[in-house]
Design a protein around this ligand. Structure first.
Ligand code: F6P
Length: 364
């Protein structure tokens, strides 16, 4: 059997760990692996490399190439990642299916987010190519799984960055608004705010207007810096999903502080892509490796059209040999993902309720 692996969509720390583990598991079972470069683009352009090679040391006669051995600890993706526009057309998928047949690839392991998994599903429906998905996105915005690859490392990076910003903020008795990634999900913002002891968390799911946000930040700064409370730094974490730019928010708050004659300063920092890089944490490596084991095992058993999930908050997942990993059909994943994005999901409701309950504590 021969399978293809690709990493697609925004990269996430742990993608390489999943790639390494999947190649090891496949090689041990005598499954050949080729890796496509830059996601689906690699299939269309015929850009790929063999990730396994013949080896007398292995009972199945295969072993990973050296590059895969060392990749597990690296951030980014050694295969490269892309959002392929061509693959999202029927003609592009027909071309991709023909290429895969030429290469003798029977199934794909797709490491990516919602868009990447939807692409694989269209390929399966139209051309019968089997696939399995491993959820990967620092944003934690993929349905059915408690976490996706990259979330833990991204949070560790945010915590580290906020600690550093807090050092300089305290030295000058300043307030900061720090923006973190998360176009469709405020998860990184909410989780980081609790972990760093921020004074407030601003996320799209809360549905606040720009004026309300300005009011919240102004109030938080004024209250925290009173002589009585005596804070030396105010940290507000804002999710990227809130369309008001970080700098505009800080400027409007500064104007209000100035108008009231307060001698307080506020600064804005956008962490941006900094948060997507870096070597994967222990947790991301462990989750990625266990995802890979379950996904390659399923592919070897003839399964298709499903995504592996970590400690799923939903019932009804298909069990695997790992108690923490279940599998969900793509339809269910996409339904739950939509609910996460538009706020219908119970999980989002619970997160918002928790953050509301925590708001007073954070601001104290
Ligand atoms: O990976 C998801 C994400 O990090 C979003 O939070 C962010 O909006 C987007 O990627 C940025 O993507 P790009 O790298 O294409 O600018």
């Amino acid at each position: 059997m021969k399978i293809g692996i690709l990493t697609s969509g925004g990269d996430a720390p742990g993608m390489n760990t999943a790639l390494r583990a999947a190649t090891l598991v496949a090689a041990e079972r005598g499954i050949e692996v080729i890796g496509f470069e830059r996601g689906y683009e690699g299939i269309l352009e015929g850009r790929y490399r063999a990730l396994t090679r013949a080896s007398a040391a292995s009972s199945a006669g295969l072993a990973p190439i050296y590059e895969v051995d060392v990749a597990g600890a690296l951030g980014g993706s050694i295969l490269g990642s892309a959002r392929s526009k061509r693959f999202y057309t029927e003609a592009g998928r027909a071309e991709a299916a023909a290429r895969l047949r030429q290469l003798g690839v029977e199934a794909l392991l797709v490491i990516g987010g919602n868009g990447s998994l939807t692409g694989a599903d269209a390929l399966a429906r139209e051309h019968g190519i089997r696939w399995l998905g491993i959820p990967s996105s620092i944003d934690n915005d993929i349905g059915c799984t408690a976490t996706s690859i990259g979330v833990d490392t991204a949070l560790n990076t945010i915590v580290d960055a906020c600690d550093r910003i807090s050092d300089t903020a305290r030295a000058h008795r300043r307030a900061f608004v720090v923006e973190v990634m998360g176009r469709d999900s405020g998860y990184l913002c909410m989780a980081a705010a609790v972990a760093v002891g921020a004074d407030a968390a601003l996320f799209r799911e809360d549905g606040r207007s720009e004026d309300e946000l300005v009011e919240i930040v102004t109030r938080t700064v004024e209250r925290g810096f009173t002589d009585d409370r005596g804070k030396r730094r105010i940290l507000v974490i804002k999710a990227e999903g809130i369309e008001v730019p970080c700098t505009r928010l800080a400027r409007r708050v500064q104007e209000r502080l100035d108008a009231r004659g307060e001698e307080l300063e506020i600064r804005a920092t956008v962490l941006g892509h900094l948060v997507r890089g870096g070597n994967p944490s222990f947790l991301d490596r462990m989750v990625a490796s266990r995802f890979a084991l379950a996904a390659v095992s399923a592919l070897a058993d003839g399964v298709s059209g499903e995504m592996v999930a970590w400690q799923s908050p939903l019932s009804g997942g298909i069990p695997t040999g790992d108690r923490s990993v279940t599998r969900f059909p793509l339809d269910r994943v996409l339904d739950e993902t939509r609910a996460l994005h538009d706020g219908r999901s119970q999980l989002v409701q619970q997160r918002i309720a928790l953050m509301h309950a925590a708001a007073g504590v954070l601001a104290l």
